[in-house]
Structure formats: structure tokens, C-alpha cells
Write a protein that binds this ligand. Structure first.
Ligand code: OGA
Ligand code: MN
Length: 224
């Protein structure tokens, strides 16, 4: 009996400590980077899941902009993506961790985060994503961005760095993040410009966004 409860409690405490640090960082500077955020077990199953998706050719080239304006702009980004599937237990496990983060952010920062959407992303060698902001044009809905990395032993020479810029001075670099397995980057979607420099080897991640509910009489978004 004790064994059954001990492990989840320890895991939960680890998440709680990370989430508290993320709250503090977002409040102070609008971004947070936490190495070793994913436990070894979760990182391993997420990597297996991505391998399966790749073998099934399930990832498709990413576009830019909202659904009906979803141009594939190869000069801006070169990655392929697959949206997490609630029917898959690995995807659900990751989503549950993000749900805990969502509740913690709402509790402490009053962000009114309503739901989470996320996709696996694969950058091939040569892949990049030019400097941008995540909040979609035409809708104030993406509030907090998350990126978790799944790459073993990533070196600086491998490129593919996430560069974060200052929220007040958009030309000032505030952090250059190595996309090392288990790390998470979290930032305010509307405030923090960022880019992915060209990767010299295949680069795997899960990018996600907490959204607020922007439903109105004219338009329901998200559809509920
Ligand atoms: C994105 C993004 C950053 C990264 O998908 O919008 O900026 O490090 N990703 O993969
Ligand atoms: Mn982005």
C-alpha cells in the first residue's frame, strides 16, 4: 500500500516545485526555463510516442496563421507537427501535467487560462523558425506558451537553439535555450518574441499554448 502512494506523491511534489518556480519567473520577467522538468520516465514514453508518429508518417508540415489562412511558409518555419490526441494515453499523461501547470498559473497569476492545445514538432536538419510572437492574429487567445524538448545530448554545435527576447526591448536577447531532453521553456505568448535558429540535426519538441476563453455573442472561440 505505502509503495503505491509514495511514488506518485514524490512525482507530484517535483511538479509542484517546478510549477512554483515557473509562476515566479513569469511574474518577474515573462519567461522561465527549467532543465530536467520532465521525469526520465515521461521523457522516455514521449520519445517513444514521437518515434511511432514518425514511423507512421503522421507529422505534417506546419503552417502559419489561423485555420483558413494557413499558408505553409517555408521561409518562416520548417517543422512538421502532430496535435496531441486525447485518445492516446501518453498524450494524456503530458496533458495532465500541463493541466496541473494551468491550475497553478491561474491560482497565482489570475491568468484565466481556459484550455491547452499542443503538438509534437519535428525540425529536420536545416529546420528553423524565424523570430515571431505566438499570439495568433485576429484573436487574443494564446496567453502562455510552453515548449518541452526531447533531444538527448544536444550540443551548442547542433544549433536549433530557442532564443528568447526581452519583453520590453524586442532586440535584446535574454536567454538562449539548448533544446535538451526534459527541459521546458514557458513564456507569455503575446509578450516574448522568440526564434529557433537552424538545427544541424533532427530536433524534437512538444509546443503548446494555454488559451483564454474569448467566446462572444458573435463568435464562439474555443467552440464549447
Ligand atoms: C513555436 C516555437 C520554439 C521551439 O512552435 O511556436 O516557437 O523551441 N517553438 O521549438
Ligand atoms: Mn513560437
Amino acid at each position: 500500500m505505502t509503495n503505491d502512494v509514495t511514488i506518485p506523491t514524490v512525482l507530484h511534489n517535483a511538479a509542484a516545485i517546478f510549477h512554483a518556480r515557473i509562476v515566479e519567473d513569469l511574474f518577474e520577467k515573462g519567461w522561465s526555463v527549467q532543465p530536467d522538468y520532465l521525469g526520465i520516465g515521461l521523457a522516455a514514453v514521449l520519445k517513444m510516442r514521437m518515434t511511432e508518429l514518425e514511423e507512421a508518417a503522421a507529422l505534417t508540415p506546419a503552417g502559419i496563421g489561423r485555420e483558413n489562412d494557413n499558408r505553409i511558409a517555408k521561409d518562416i518555419r520548417r517543422d512538421s507537427t502532430f496535435w496531441l490526441d486525447p485518445a492516446n494515453s501518453t498524450d494524456r499523461e503530458y496533458t495532465e501535467l500541463m493541466e496541473d501547470l494551468r491550475l497553478t498559473l491561474n491560482r497565482h497569476l489570475f491568468l484565466g487560462l481556459f484550455e491547452y492545445e499542443a503538438h509534437y514538432a519535428l525540425y529536420p536538419a536545416g529546420g528553423f523558425y524565424k523570430k515571431h510572437i505566438d499570439a495568433l492574429k485576429g484573436g487574443k487567445n494564446r496567453i502562455v506558451s510552453t515548449v518541452c524538448y526531447l533531444n538527448e545530448d544536444w550540443q551548442e554545435k547542433d544549433g536549433g537553439m530557442l532564443t528568447l527576447f526581452d519583453r520590453n526591448d524586442h532586440s535584446r536577447v535574454v536567454n538562449i535555450v539548448l533544446p535538451e531532453e526534459g527541459s521546458i521553456a514557458v513564456f507569455l505568448s503575446e509578450d516574448i518574441p522568440h526564434e529557433v535558429t537552424p538545427a544541424n540535426r533532427v530536433r524534437r519538441s512538444i509546443a503548446g499554448w494555454f488559451r483564454c476563453n474569448t467566446s462572444s455573442a458573435e463568435r464562439a472561440n474555443p467552440l464549447i
